[in-house]
Design a protein around this ligand. Structure first.
Ligand code: SAH
Ligand code: MG
Length: 214
């Protein structure tokens, strides 16, 4: 049976600003809960305002592990002013650039999950380059260019422990439904022979490490 978040966690998730639909969020929660049983940290790339972080953090809390979430908080290409996913309420007027960190902090505080999350503020490849330990779960939901999606895979997938999960969001095999970079990274993970698909929920793919390498 799938692990499900408590009603108050689901309500906090639904109230949070962000890009994770409910059905995919429930699949994310279930994967995070399963992986948390390995006793290793769970890591997300692409915090934004903390919507998906709530679910990963609650799964981490229940298992007594830590959730890590990486973002430079300056937004992806498609979130910049003038682009489709821009939200003017997350611009820092003093700096004149996006800053989703304050909203993320409020989101986590409202959900009562601050104690279970370590926010890593920086560029994903730069953080990955100084990260040394194994992870039970890596969720890739950062930049959607090939450069960023490949960088996330190359930086973080090697840290997924045997039996751990690699979860990729925004996988669209049909180009009519969305950009192809996350799909190409998903194919790359499968072709590596290191990962086996265990579930598909809309654009969310859950893979398990069943072999070595990346
Ligand atoms: N998981 C979120 C949505 C993430 S949106 C939710 O559930 O709502 C993608 C995020 O990735 C943006 O906040 C952007 O700032 C971040 N991002 C994009 N490229 C990045 C990179 N190279 N390093 C760190 N963060 C990056
Ligand atoms: Mg996404």
């Amino acid at each position: 049976m799938a692990a499900e978040p408590k009603p108050e966690i689901l309500a906090a998730f639904q109230a949070a600003k962000g890009f994770m639909p409910v059905a995919e969020g429930l699949a994310l929660y279930d994967a995070a809960a399963e992986a948390a049983a390995l006793g290793l940290p769970l890591l997300e790339v692409g915090t934004y305002c903390g919507r998906s972080t709530i679910l990963i953090a609650d799964a981490a809390r229940a298992a007594g592990v830590t959730a890590l979430t990486v973002d430079h908080h300056r937004g992806s290409e498609e979130q910049q002013p003038g682009w489709e996913y821009h939200d003017p309420t997350v611009v820092d007027p003093e700096v004149g650039r996006m800053d989703t960190l304050p909203t993320f902090r409020r989101t986590l505080h409202a959900a009562g999950l601050e104690d279970h999350v370590v926010a890593l503020v920086g560029r994903s490849p730069q953080v990955a380059a100084v990260w040394g330990g194994p992870l039970g779960f890596v969720f890739i939901d950062g930049g959607h260019t090939d450069e960023h999606a490949n960088g996330d895979y190359e930086g973080w997938a090697p840290h997924v422990a045997e039996g751990g999960l690699l979860v990729i969001h925004d996988v669209f095999p049909d180009p009519a439904h969305g950009g192809q970079a996350p799909y190409r990274v998903y194919l790359r993970a499968l072709e590596s022979g290191a990962f086996t698909e265990i579930s598909v929920t809309d654009s969310l793919r859950v893979l398990r490490r069943t072999g070595s390498g990346t």
